[in-house]
Design a binder for this molecule. Structure first.
Ligand code: PLP
Ligand code: COI
Length: 369
């Protein structure tokens, strides 16, 4: 694994411009209604890694297919990790991102777990800046839109023996984004999965790796079939404790102002979650990160002690949860309105991200300068 303690030598990116990129008019049409994850910018960044050469050949090149040997380890053994973050345009036109060092650190933790090389934080930050330097025009100007940035790394070595690959690729692509859920910020219903778990003890639950999402697709399809927007997973051994949603963390709000979120070694440490908990602490609210049972949620809603529940993550920001259900359990009311704390935390967080309020915690990094 690469040593990330000392500052690595700066990378010199070779830039190849996309000469047949999207026209201004076509881009404007996309930005008028981007949806989520449907459209991609004109360029991508990539850096190679090998056991012998370390990180090398940094490039910015036209967005397009990646040549891959059919024996590439990622296609067989899923040795791959990713990150999700956003670039926000401020009123003065400048482009910023939110806590990128935290994404860089999480990519390093994911890399460790998946036996991939750790990308130094400096290279991670530079890769984002390089992409914005050529594709900055793709960062929307509309309120509540952003450019979703997807850094990812995978094993590209052509070798069918099962071991950590000795050749790896790191890429960054980007996609203009509006609301993750088609209904916007309206409260969602969640499907409770009891037949499937997302992650087990000692598994890869805490890493942002493709396999976790692959295993969530079948229960997520069940959720969609039941009219639910996301699936909630419980712990895999007892099926008793809350873990997280397929792609978001979950937070319960008590009447007495406590903000409670599950703690578990097999969930992804969300950067949105961490930020929201900090904003709650800043307001003097008591924050608890601990094991939370499904029964606590059920009883708390029934007694009126739990007044709000929300999901949070980069893609969904903060989204109110109206109801959790499956064939046996129904908690909450599908028509319940968004909770006031949920919406005010959402407003505070997005105000910081879009530069509308002071960034007291130093969470923003400028990408276009
Ligand atoms: N949990 C899972 C499984 C996720 O995919 C995500 C989204 O990235 C999160 C939680 C929230 O993480 P973050 O707030 O860093 O986006
Ligand atoms: C993100 O929020 O960045 C994710 O990776 C979650 C996914 C549902 C898009």
């Amino acid at each position: 694994m690469t040593n990330t303690d000392s500052t690595p030598a700066p990378l010199e990116f070779a830039v190849t411009r996309n000469l047949v990129g999207t026209s201004d008019a076509a881009r404007a049409e996309i930005l008028a209604d981007p949806g989520f994850g449907n459209h991609f910018t004109d360029h991508m960044v990539d850096i190679c890694w090998s056991v012998k050469g370390g990180w090398h050949r940094p490039r910015v090149q036209p967005y397009g297919p990646i040549p891959l040997d059919p024996a590439a380890a990622v296609l067989h053994y899923s040795q791959t990790i990713f990150e999700g973050m956003k670039a926000y345009r401020h009123e003065d036109g400048s482009i910023w991102t939110f806590r990128p060092e935290a994404n860089a650190a999480r990519l390093q933790r994911s890399a460790q777990r998946l036996a991939l090389p750790e990308l130094p934080t400096e290279y991670f930050l530079e890769s984002l800046k390089q992409l914005i330097a050529v594709d900055g025009a793709w960062v929307p100007t509309e309120e509540d839109q952003s450019l979703y940035i997807r850094p990812f790394m995978f094993a590209k070595e052509a070798f069918l023996g099962v071991r950590a690959a000795e050749k790896v690729a790191y890429y960054v692509i980007a996609s203009p984004a509006g609301a993750y859920f088609p209904g916007g910020v309206k409260p969602i219903s969640i499907w409770l999965s009891t037949d499937y778990a997302r992650a087990g003890r000692g598994g890869t639950g805490a890493a942002k790796t493709g396999g976790n999402y692959a295993s969530s697709l079948l229960p997520q399809a069940e959720a969609y079939a039941q009219g639910c927007a996301q699936v909630l997973f419980l712990d895999s051994s007892e099926g008793k404790y809350l873990e997280e949603l397929g792609g978001m963390n979950v937070v319960l709000v008590y009447k007495d102002g406590r903000v409670v979120t599950p703690e578990s070694p097999s969930i992804l440490a969300g950067i949105t979650l961490d930020s929201v908990l900090q904003l709650a602490r800043d307001r003097g609210l008591q924050v608890e990160q601990r094991r939370v049972t499904l029964a606590e949620w059920q009883e708390g809603v029934a007694s009126g002690d739990i007044t709000e529940v929300f999901a949070c993550g980069t893609a969904a920001v903060i989204t109110p949860i109206a109801q959790l259900r499956n064939n046996e359990v129904t908690i909450g009311d599908a028509d319940a309105p968004a909770g006031p704390l949920t919406m005010s935390l959402r407003e505070e967080l997005t105000d910081i991200q879009y530069g509308r309020r002071p960034d007291k915690h130093g969470w923003l990094t400028r990408l276009d300068a």
